[in-house]
Design a binder for this molecule. Structure first.
Ligand SMILES: [Ca+2]
Ligand SMILES: [Ca+2]
Ligand SMILES: [Ca+2]
Length: 220
């Protein structure tokens, strides 16, 4: 392998390499999403489902300090019956602890769950173990993967600014250039000129306002 495609970043960790590989594999199957607009239309439903992951988060945040630490993550993955090596768990933790405060916050946890979903070979098993009372969770993750596949035109596992502009242009929005650029900049967390699936998910959890979920929003 080793072919350098455009100015894509080279994966920093084995985990990221695996993620790119999983995404490319998934991309080879195509996407059911037709346009950027149809992603936008799915926002409310995705938002609704992801918010329900709060219950899963709380279950794994054993000391209820609002963050999942290393030990809690290990137990979490064990419970989901995900067989990750120590190194992979370490990489996953670092990858999802986006603001590097040594704990996985709720929105970071949603990203983590979706990455685990993508990485798992056996989706059926994932369904059974990790749905955990959240209906449509796999369908929602599938939609997010589909959305990324739509954006990643050259299927190299990353979304470039050109690809983002292209996707939004195709949606026929007026003055879409600046919107595309703004969206892209929001997503490119490490500002290296390309958006990984992790960055995409992270931005997504912010766009849909998942961070603003209060602690006392449970009415049932
Ligand atoms: Ca905790
Ligand atoms: Ca790409
Ligand atoms: Ca980036």
């Amino acid at each position: 392998m080793g072919g350098v495609v455009g100015k894509s970043e080279s994966p920093e960790t084995k985990l990221e390499a695996k993620m790119v590989e999983a995404m490319q594999h998934r991309a080879s199957k195509g996407t059911t999403i037709k346009s950027f607009n149809s992603i936008i239309l799915k926002f409310p439903k995705i938002d609704h489902t992801l918010r329900k992951c709060k219950a899963i988060f709380e279950q794994f945040d054993e000391d209820s300090n609002g963050a999942i630490d290393h030990e809690e993550l290990k137990k979490c993955l064990h419970k989901l019956q995900v067989c990750f090596t120590e190194e992979e768990i370490e990489d996953l933790f670092k990858a999802c602890d986006m603001n590097e405060d040594m704990g996985i916050k709720f929105n970071e946890f949603v990203v983590l769950l979706c990455l685990v979903y993508l990485l798992k070979d056996n989706a059926t098993e994932f369904e059974a173990k990790s749905r955990m009372g959240v209906p449509n969770l796999e369908a929602t993750f599938e939609t997010l993967v589909d959305a990324f596949v739509l954006l990643d035109k050259n299927k190299d596992g990353y979304v470039s600014k050109t690809e983002m502009v292209q996707a939004i242009n195709e949606s026929g929005e007026r003055s879409s250039g600046p919107i595309a650029t703004k969206r892209f900049e929001e997503m490119d967390w490490d500002k290296n000129g390309s958006v990984s699936f992790k960055e995409f998910l992270f931005a997504f959890t912010t766009w849909i306002g998942i961070e603003e979920v209060g602690d006392n929003d449970e009415h049932h």
